[in-house]
Ligand binder design. Structure first.
Ligand SMILES: NC(=O)c1ccc[n+]([C@@H]2O[C@H](COP(=O)([O-])OP(=O)(O)OC[C@H]3O[C@@H](n4cnc5c(N)ncnc54)[C@H](O)[C@@H]3O)[C@@H](O)[C@H]2O)c1
Ligand SMILES: O=C(O)CC[C@@H](O)C(=O)O
Length: 398
């Protein structure tokens, strides 16, 4: 195995608290500096980056988590900045909280606990009052009820499988399900061919999709009207999936029995039958550590070798790192880019040892390993020559 030595110090900035295990990944030629104006990479969780200015050295942003709607991904792509996330690293934590709140809400546990606390000061009357008052909180068992799971990715698939083990009927909807997830999903999960079918048949609905232009507001007056009266909706994905103007009346009329949300805001807090949770889905020591380590390792590998794994905007690409000089170029996905890069190399009399080219929608990534020992003095001119090619976004020579 090669020891990889970065030639210069790389600065890593964090925008949220990132677990120590993740930060410890950055040793030797790395500086952790949260006040730095122009870092090489940024690690974050839910910090909203949309109005943030980027420095000209920024090469990578890693979301220690799943959702990337807090990052201006398209802008990053245009500027050759790789955005990573950590698929599945917090899925178990979210699954456990979904199942906890599914059962707890069905048993009116949150209201029951809150009411019991109001009995403080009733001294020896507490047990009598408890027995008299508990009838207000009679709940429903989940066994035999139908859970609809929208989005069968890392979290949705775990929830679906475990809900079956708890004796629920499970119906799932995910038109874009990945082959990997499909393999992990129990064959007892019934497939809804349309989301309307899922809405019409579920006693509980849990949603596990990213917030995008197409999923935003998917819970609204029209979709509530298709649901079983009294349905419980669990939202551990993003608040924006629910049209809150429509949620208020749906809760008042009882169409929606309870709304359990990990994304409370002032509007939602004012509604009855809302169970607000302070974005705790991924908040376990294990999940925070998993996400931080995965995010940090992906960034470190990218800075040191150019290899990309788990990017949400550029293609994954990997070449075994031999310690030879490597050209890593982001460019438009148009004909003859590889030809022009290799021509630039041959104009410096450099031979190619290995290469990879991968594309993703309008952009592509090319890494070329150079066979010869490269004189460090020519690197700025080589970089400049490649950067002059039309369609190149950024080039690094590692
Ligand atoms: N509350 C939290 O702390 C927390 C933690 C992790 C993730 N999340 C949220 O949960 C979301 C899902 O996380 P994940 O790890 O399961 O992601 P994932 O990418 O593994 O799964 C998402 C799934 O949604 C599916 N999907 C996309 N659009 C859909 C649509 N219109 N209808 C049905 N299915 C659709 C995809 O095919 C995919 O299978 C994240 O994007 C994030 O917003 C929240
Ligand atoms: O970092 C967190 O606590 C939440 C993460 C979560 O919203 C995600 O999308 O992964």
């Amino acid at each position: 195995m090669n020891t990889i030595m970065l030639e210069k110090m790389n600065t890593i900035k964090t925008l949220n608290v990132i677990s120590e295990g993740g930060l410890n990944v950055f040793k030797n030629n790395y500086k952790l500096d949260d006040d730095h104006e122009n870092p090489d990479a940024i690690l974050l969780r839910s910090f909203n980056m949309h109005s943030m200015e980027f420095g000209n050295k920024l090469k990578a942003i890693a979301r220690a988590g799943a959702g990337v709607n807090n990052i201006p991904v398209d802008k990053c792509t245009d500027e050759g900045i790789v955005v990573f996330n950590t698929p599945g690293a917090n899925a178990n934590a979210v699954k456990e909280l979904v199942l906890t709140t599914l059962m707890a809400s069905s048993r009116n546990l949150f209201d029951g606990v809150a009411w019991t606390k109001t009995l403080t000061g009733e001294s020896d009357q507490v047990s009598k009052l408890v027995e008299a008052g508990k009838k207000q909180f009679v709940g429903k068992e989940i066994r035999g009820k139908t859970l609809g799971v929208i989005g069968l990715g890392a979290i949705g698939a775990l929830v679906a499988n475990d809900a079956l083990d708890l004796g629920m009927e499970v119906i799932g909807f995910d038109p874009f399900i990945s082959v990997d997830t499909a393999w992990n999903l129990s064959s007892h999960v019934q497939r809804a061919m349309t989301i309307e079918e899922l809405f019409a048949n579920s006693d509980f609905i849990t949603v596990h999709v990213p917030f995008t232009d197409t999923t935003g507001g998917m819970f609204n007056q029209a979709t509530f009207s298709l649901m079983k009266p009294g349905v419980h909706i669990l939202n551990f994905s993003r608040g924006e999936l629910v049209n809150e103007k429509d949620m208020g009346p749906a809760l008042e009329s009882g169409i929606v029995g309870k709304y359990i949300t990990d994304f409370p805001n002032e509007n939602v807090l004012k509604m009855d039958n809302v169970i607000p949770i302070p974005h705790l889905g991924a908040s376990t020591k294990e999940s925070e550590e998993n996400c931080a380590m995965m995010a940090a390792r992906q960034v470190k590998d990218f800075l040191e070798t150019g290899n990309i794994k788990n990017s949400v905007n550029y293609p994954n690409a990997s070449l075994p790192y031999t310690g030879k000089r490597r050209v890593a170029a982001f460019h438009k996905n148009v004909p003859n880019m590889v030809g022009q890069i290799t021509t630039a190399l041959s104009s410096f009399n450099l031979n190619i040892a290995d290469m990879v080219n991968r594309s993703r929608e309008g952009y592509a990534y090319t890494m070329v390993d150079i066979e010869n020992d490269v004189n460090g003095d020519i690197i700025p001119s080589l970089e400049e020559k490649i950067n002059q090619i039309e369609g190149i976004v950024t080039t690094r020579i590692i």
